[in-house]
Design a protein around this ligand. Sequence first.
Ligand code: IMP
Length: 202
Amino acid sequence: MAQLTLLLASHNQGKIREIKKYLASLPLKITSLLEEGIKEKFQEVGTSFAANARGKAFFYARFSSGLTLAEDSGLEIENLGGAPGVHSARFAGEEANDEANIEKVLTLLEGVPLAQRKARFVCWMVLVKDRQIITEISAEVAGYIFEEKRGTHGFGYDPIFFYPPLKKTFAELTPEEKNSLSHRGKALFQLKEFLKQYLEKI
Ligand code: IMP
């Protein structure tokens, strides 16, 4: 029997890398928007991670014959009233890159001591099949915004997200370490358990 396809509904190659690595052992054909040549862009205008993830999942599910996984995630900084939140990818402007977004955060927090730089990464996943949500998962991880960039791994705000239990930023972790404790890694753990049971039933 042909393998079921899982379309990863994201243009963010950092996310795609992490999700593919985590789910690689499942009997699924995992593909992405880039690999399928899907250039359409979903406008993320929702005010919550859940709303954006659901919107993305349904928007891209029309290109998928199997499962579609959408994920919305971001960084919430207590001292900035939860910003950048759902605007994490475009915090420094529509065309902003990771570098510019990090600079904006560091500038806004200039002079604020580490103890007052509490932050969390949030991840919301939605899995759709046949135009229906079959599961939703959310997870988060707490840390602090470091005063400067450290490390070269990961993507997005990883170089300034300090994780106290390991005394390292996320960009100083190996991909395996990050996946074992990050917001996305925790969500992926639950998703993998769900998918194992789901695939056994069909
Ligand atoms: P979106 O979910 O595609 O709207 O974008 C999420 C944005 O949040 C990314 O572009 C990053 O800026 C940030 N983000 C989400 N997850 C992570 C992560 O694991 N590390 C660093 N930044 C992240």
